[in-house]
Ligand binder design. Structure first.
Ligand code: PLP
Length: 284
């Protein structure tokens, strides 16, 4: 695999980052994951806008222009002959020299890494046909979940807990309400309404979420942005999640209780179709 590191393309074995890099020592880095279908990039502008926002919230300068980022994405797709998969992008605050909690001086070069991951048949994930099962787990993350940092230890622990319980994923719960999934935004369907938590510092502002809500509104579907509980999800007609790599994924069980019929419902199924159809029109 050919990867990108700080301005150069190289085989992955040659890509080396300092042991003093703040991304490694402090988790001081932000990232984006963008899907590639049929060699084309989905939601590029959305991901770049969020990257710029994450960086600016952490007082980091965005090291490249959108044109530069796009050129790198395209170059990696070409060099790796990527058909379906994802592109991972990470910007860390760079090499601080000796360990220090304080940010290094302005002008310290960031560490910029991009690489591809091939996932043949990404849009035809068989799980979308049967749905996935989730457990709930307390949300013990920090309170700036709107910034997409690489501090993913707790989400990793949540996924391990779900796996240990024989399920696919975990939903975070705080003050009695679901915040989001371990790596996705979550929704329930009640009657004709799609219910999902409103944007705040409590959740990541999903790029898939933003587009899906736009397409759903255009399709005259009713959307209510508010928190919901696990009991409400268990009593809902349908549930689903969204993320850049899974698009729209039906959720058919929450903490052991079947949601609706226990099978992917018509709304989630339709939204997945609409999302893929519309976002494929906007690839770059
Ligand atoms: N929420 C969390 C915690 C995430 O990690 C992610 C994606 O990684 C999402 C939501 C979904 O965001 P997006 O649709 O931009 O992938």
């Amino acid at each position: 695999r050919i990867v990108y590191l700080n301005g150069d393309y190289m085989p992955e074995e040659e890509a080396k980052v300092s042991i003093f890099d703040r991304g490694f020592v402090m988790g001081d880095a932000v990232y984006e994951v963008t899907s590639v279908l049929d060699g084309k990039i989905l939601e590029f502008e959305g991901h770049m806008a969020r990257l710029e926002r994450s960086l600016s919230e952490l007082q980091m300068v965005c090291p490249l222009t959108r044109e530069d980022w796009l050129a790198i994405h395209h170059e990696l797709v070409t060099r790796n002959e990527l058909v379906d998969g994802m592109i991972y992008l990470q910007v860390s605050r760079g090499n601080a020299g000796d360990r220090d909690f304080h940010f290094p001086p302005a002008g310290t070069p960031p560490t910029v890494v991009l690489y591809t991951q091939s996932k043949p048949g990404l849009a035809d994930d068989p799980k979308a046909k049967v749905g996935i099962k989730v457990i709930s787990i307390p949300d013990l993350r920090w309170h700036r979940r709107d910034i997409k940092t690489v501090q993913l230890l707790y989400p990793s622990m949540a996924k391990m807990a779900a796996e240990a319980a024989g399920k696919h994923d975990a939903w975070f719960v705080e003050d009695g309400f679901v915040t989001e999934g371990s790596s996705n935004n979550v929704y329930i369907v009640k009657g004709s309404k799609i219910i999902t938590r409103q944007l705040s510092h409590d959740i990541l502002h999903g790029i898939t979420r933003a587009s899906l809500l736009k397409y759903a509104a255009e399709a005259q579907m009713e959307i209510e942005e508010r928190p919901f509980t696990i009991a409400e999800a268990q009593a809902a007609d349908e549930a689903f999640f969204t993320s850049a790599s899974a698009f729209v994924m039906p959720v058919v069980e929450v903490d052991g209780a079947a949601v609706g019929t226990g099978k992917p419902g018509p709304v989630a199924t339709r939204l997945r179709e609409i999302y893929l159809e519309e976002s494929l029109k906007r690839t770059v």
